[in-house]
Design a protein. Structure first.
Length: 319
């Protein structure tokens, strides 16, 4: 059975990025963590002229409740995968695994250890979920997949002497994206609303530019054990500076969802990503501790309002 984590990239590919990532909102509300395992242009050794252009990278970002986010990045050569790329599962094979020294990610677990800029970061996480989704699949061009959409995390994370530990530790998601190039424009959100008896609801929405002035739009709602896919939706607000997004989704079955996601102003994180053609960086704005409100109207049921101040991530590129 496919798990949506299967590797697409061949190590001979000279222009390609593929990334597996986690977003963990801590259960105590103190912040969120974002971990990222990146494979980029392995056939040409990444983008050698750029300091952040290594072909293998591991990222860790801490989003504290009060304070500016911090990111630490450690790069590795392709040879870190071992002889014949033994540290990476075969293309299309399941179960998936990626091992770069002490940094590993698999179908339901992730580990890492790095020392960057005088800071020590360590994580040892396990996760489980009941729902997965594929928002976009354009073959060789790229895809956006969420193997664990309503993930519950257990284990520990340490930043120097500060340790976050729990069974469970927090909630969030695990994603998997791949492409020939990054989009020039996109907006993406994933929201986890904690529910009664441990059953969560999630909403994931994605917009990006396509050729000939067209736009891709899709949103997926997982609520009450039911999946609702919205292939088109309207946006009444998108602010890339303050990081806010308001949208309304409807489907043929009469389901209607109104969503507003807002970044935390001065705590929005802006990071340079390296283009796969090695022509330079571009800016990505992200708040992995965004605020969200959603109203769900399903046919024959009373409207439900869900809110969270620790379960949402909002990301934007382009104005």
């Amino acid at each position: 059975m496919k798990t949506l984590n299967e590797v697409f990239t061949k190590l001979s590919m000279q222009r390609r990025y593929e990334v597996w990532f986690l977003r963990v909102g801590l259960g105590d509300g103190s912040g969120a963590w974002w971990f990222r395992y990146l494979l980029m242009n392995p056939g040409r050794g990444g983008c050698a002229a750029d300091a952040q252009g290594q072909p293998m990278q591991v990222w860790a970002t801490w989003f504290p409740r009060e304070g500016k986010p911090e990111t630490w990045i450690q790069g590795f050569p392709v040879e870190s995968l071992g002889s014949d790329g033994a540290g990476l599962s075969k293309r299309g094979a399941s179960p998936f695994f990626l091992e770069i020294g002490e940094n590993q990610i698999g179908e339901d677990a992730s580990r890492g250890r790095m020392e960057v800029g005088g800071q020590r970061i360590f994580w040892d996480l396990r996760y489980r979920s009941t729902f997965r989704a594929e928002l976009s699949s354009k073959g060789w061009i790229g895809f956006s997949r969420t193997p664990h959409s309503d993930a519950v995390f257990s284990g520990e994370i340490a930043l120097n002497d500060r340790v976050f530990r729990g069974e469970p530790l927090g909630c969030g998601m695990q994603g998997h994206n791949c492409g020939y190039r990054h989009r020039h424009f996109w907006t993406w959100t994933h929201i986890y609303f904690q529910g009664a008896r441990g059953q969560g609801s999630t909403l994931e929405a994605l917009v990006y530019e396509m050729p000939f002035g067209m736009m891709f739009r899709r949103a997926v709602l997982w609520h009450g054990g039911e999946k609702h896919t919205f292939r088109k939706f309207s946006e009444s607000e998108r602010d890339s500076r303050q990081l806010s997004w308001k949208l309304e989704c409807t489907d043929a079955r009469g389901a209607r969802v109104e969503v507003r996601v807002s970044g935390r102003g001065r705590f929005v994180h802006r990071l340079p990503y390296v283009k796969t053609d090695c022509s330079g960086p571009f800016e990505v704005a992200n708040d992995s501790l965004a605020l969200a409100r959603m109203v769900i109207r399903l046919r024959g049921r009373a409207a439900e309002e869900l809110t969270t101040d620790s379960g949402a991530v909002l990301e934007m590129v382009g104005s």
